[in-house]
Design a protein around this ligand. Sequence first.
Ligand code: BGC
Length: 748
Amino acid sequence: MRNKLLALSLGVSFMALTGCQDGSATTGTKTETQEKDIFVGKPMSMEYEEEITKLISQMTLEEKAGMLHGTSMFATSGVPRLGIPELTMADGPLGIREEISRDSWAPAGWDNDFATYLPAGAGLSATWNPELAHTFGSVIGAEARERNKDVLLAPAFNIIRTPLGGRTYEYFSEDPFLNTQITVPYIVGVQEHDVAACIKHYAVNNQETNRGTVDVQMDERTLREIYLPAFEAAITDAHAYSVMGAYNRFRGDYLNENEYMLQNVLRDEWGFKGIVISDWAAIHSTVKALKAGADVEMGTPGPFNEFYFADPLIAAVKSGELAEEEVDKHVRRVLRLMYNIKSIDSTGRAKGARNTEEHFQEAYNIASESVVLLKNDKNVLPLNLEGVKSIAVIGDNATKKNALGGFGAGVKTKREVTPLEGLQNRLPESVKINHAQGYLERYSKTERAKFGDITLDGPVTIDELDPKLLEEAVNAAKNSDVAIIFAGSNRDYETEASDRASLDLPFGQQELIEKVMQANPNTIVVLIAGAPFDIEDISQKSSTLVWSWFNGSEGGNALADVLLGTVNPSGKLPWTMPKKLEDSPAHATNSFPGGETATYDEGILVGYRWFDTKNVEPLYPFGYGLSYTDFEFSNARLDKKEAYAGDETIQVSVDVKNTGDFDGKEVVQLYVSKLDSKVERAAQELKGFKKATVAKGATKTVTIDVPVKELAYYNMENNNWTVEPGTYTLKLGNSSRNILQEVTVQVK
Ligand code: BGC
């Protein structure tokens, strides 16, 4: 569509934004010439086509079919006699998944498949730092390569349409622009290591309920403005080499049989040259799927020869139902990908690296910029240790590990620093830690299939606290100078394949938090989760509230550093925290989860677009997050006075002054409003942002580029993007609800 990304990384001197362990100002300014453009990937090279033709001409039909379907859980067959290796794949978003058996979902039982556990998607996007997204991609790409994987089944970036979504923790955002800014550099980072990113799940796969069958319906404008931008940029800007076709249907057809999505949009419009890999067991036909544009069928345990793209494909060719040229077309794409990642001729292929100290450090850097300070009314944070002799550390999440858990891909890691360990690592020995578990993670018997051993045996309900644990927790709080509760959820509770039933905090935590707060007025509540919860009551009652994520190998150290002030928090919510579920658009319109069909009745008003347009007060708005310092914005200005033409870029500058006592990082967010539009518009839309490091007392000018074409809406009358001429308001703030400066621009 629009080459929106390039402009953002050019044209301004660029601060090195990677996190500093000491939370201080950045380590240096890179000049434009040194700066690699993390928003531009390497297009697929077409220089191997002749060699590919030669190879295909020597292959039997059976060999071709072997390359188009899984012949083990995470690989397709190669053709050894022609020097074609298997195509190997690995999940996934949190780091390189442990090796899975070739013919079942059971772990293969290797002892050398450990990997760095990286912060889950929501944590990465909460950094609002594309540079860190590139770092993330680069780390996971290097680890994939070192494990001999060709395709990384990531990033996963479906739009967060409902806060209940089981995979919200894994995805990035409710906003297409933020989504794009995290997705593109991530892919660029992965593919620098000669590993293909497999972007997922294409597309409109926004719920787990009925995910294998649900038929999603929405108008074209909603599709184009909300659900496709990050996928499009992933292809046209990052040049992702593979795409995962989702489980669900769209406008009647399964995504892997959807000619409109796979051929018209992906290949014809966006110029995709790579391969479409099905989600596991998401293919439902042979001829229809192949003709629509699916290339490789992956699935759950065999018999692999019974897959649609295995024996049935061979039979379809033999019976004349499918032309062999059609098969060749798909094989060609697979071979093209293999040449591009140098898996066929491996001369000069990247070697990768795994579990290095550098990778753990990068995981730390990401985690430390992701933590969101929600409330700090009494300035309890950063914790002043003067006079503090003891700290109560309460809650199952103080020790809960999240690298593995739930249904779906996790990481087997040698390092996962828990919050308790982080505090032990960082607190001086003079401070005694009084640890109490507080609550138990437990599930009802009916959920045993999902949660295995951590189910209840007794007559209590999942929300009842264990009286003994409660007493211990209250005593620990009473007998300590400060109490920190680590609550929230975990990756057993938030999981692929099911959406949550409600936003309630599970396991009786609400009661526990209240009792601990009563026992000790100096209580800090830290919520660790990947998706919104109903925390309105807790938020009213507590003065100090911190939000953290399933935050990778170094998550506990990063969190401790934020609490103790060595890192000044700079994370911002990548989605809206509603006061109650019914306020969220998919629920307000009663269109989640649908039945056989899910019609997205809120249309383009997803996330904050709904809250702002309908004047619904969120609990914490999109883009929100406090700092230990304060920032003032002033002097918002444009680069010119005259009206802008459609091909121009608007440059907006604002001075950001750090008026507090700490060095810090602030995310300058730019929202656009068009009041007198002739079409329905959201009250405002994010169209730019930049994270800036500003030393205490200093002022920094932040410049954000907004290509005028970014202001377009998708016009269903001519199926194209239209920029309306007239006046636009550009609003600069540090959350969607805290706009500090405004400028108006004229567009010709
Ligand atoms: C998930 C994918 C994942 C695949 C292989 C599916 O259940 O939806 O995201 O890559 O399994 O593990």
